[in-house]
Design a protein around this ligand. Structure first.
Ligand code: ADP
Ligand code: MG
Length: 268
């Protein structure tokens, strides 16, 4: 259906941080699930060769016939790669380890930074969803650049540990460069503090520094470290479905509320 029929125009958010293990995938999965729970139509694009977002929804390998690799390389149209996530209102484009070769292949292609953007535009992907979340790989590779070029904004999950601010500066510099050349409209959606441990003084201190540095770009909602959240992927379920009452799930519901509230305010 066309944009005029659905009236939708998805906001595209890249969930990015070049550091691995900071909560990108967990945030993409649970934020998307929380949004879908309040009747938003959401698509997750798994752009990490590790395919953790796909696994996190319990999508097994042989169900991943057409993947983000095919989309980025132009071997299949964007729409053909979309499958059901098992969560109502939430779809996913899965990935497999094939995607690990994409960076080298992309480097040889024309419009190498714009492949994802063009694929989404051609498919009028925005017309079908309220939000499209791109789960980026842990690098500043061509794949991540493709995500930053296709996106409206970047959501940065940040773990409050010793080198967090250094990593953040590098990411912000990259975003600035992309804005300066490839995607002038790219904004910072926000920074979300993840795996927060309030018994750890360093966590508190880093959180304070991040808030001093970025002000209200940092979400009020903080995601605590929570065992239930880390168990959920091995059950092939978002934490929100595995145990919606645990503090981690509740934090992601709050984060979704905060994000949607900000967007409503901007639209008003
Ligand atoms: P990334 O995508 O940035 O590499 P992940 O989202 O995969 O990071 O998270 C890294 C690891 O930390 C995973 O094992 C995940 O289950 C775990 N994890 C993420 N968020 C939390 C949390 N709030 N509490 C406990 N474990 C978490
Ligand atoms: Mg990940």
């Amino acid at each position: 259906s066309s944009a005029s029929q659905t009236g939708k125009k998805a906001k595209i958010i890249a969930v990015a941080n070049q550091k691995g293990g900071v909560g990108k995938t967990t945030t993409a999965i649970n934020l998307a699930t929380a949004m879908a729970a309040v009747k938003k139509k959401v698509l997750i694009l798994d752009l990490d060769p590790q395919g953790n977002a796909s696994t996190g929804f319990g999508i097994d390998r042989h169900a991943r016939e057409i993947t983000s690799y095919d989309v980025v390389l132009g071997a299949a149209p964007f729409g053909d790669a979309i499958i059901d996530s098992g969560v109502p209102g939430l779809s996913i484009i899965p990935s497999t380890i094939d995607l690990s070769g994409a960076d080298l292949e992309l480097a040889e292609l024309p419009h190498r930074n714009f492949r994802l953007r063009y694929a989404m535009e051609k498919a009028q992907a925005r017309a079908e969803y309220d939000y499209i979340l791109i789960d980026c790989p842990p690098s500043l590779s061509l794949l991540t650049i493709n995500a930053l070029v296709a996106a409206d904004s970047v959501l940065v999950p940040l773990q409050c540990e010793f080198f967090a601010l250094e990593g953040l500066s590098l990411l912000l510099k990259t975003i600035e460069q992309v804005r300066g050349s490839l995607n002038p409209k790219l904004t910072i959606n926000g920074v979300v503090l993840t795996m927060f441990d309030k018994r750890n003084n360093l966590s508190e201190q880093v959180a304070g520094d991040v808030r001093d540095f970025l002000g209200d770009k940092v979400y009020q909602t903080v995601i605590p470290r929570n065992v239930r959240v880390s168990e959920a992927p091995s059950h092939g379920k978002p934490a929100l479905l595995y145990d919606h009452r645990c503090v981690g799930s509740q934090a992601y519901i709050k984060l979704a509320r905060e994000l949607l509230g900000r967007d409503r305010k901007m639209a008003a």
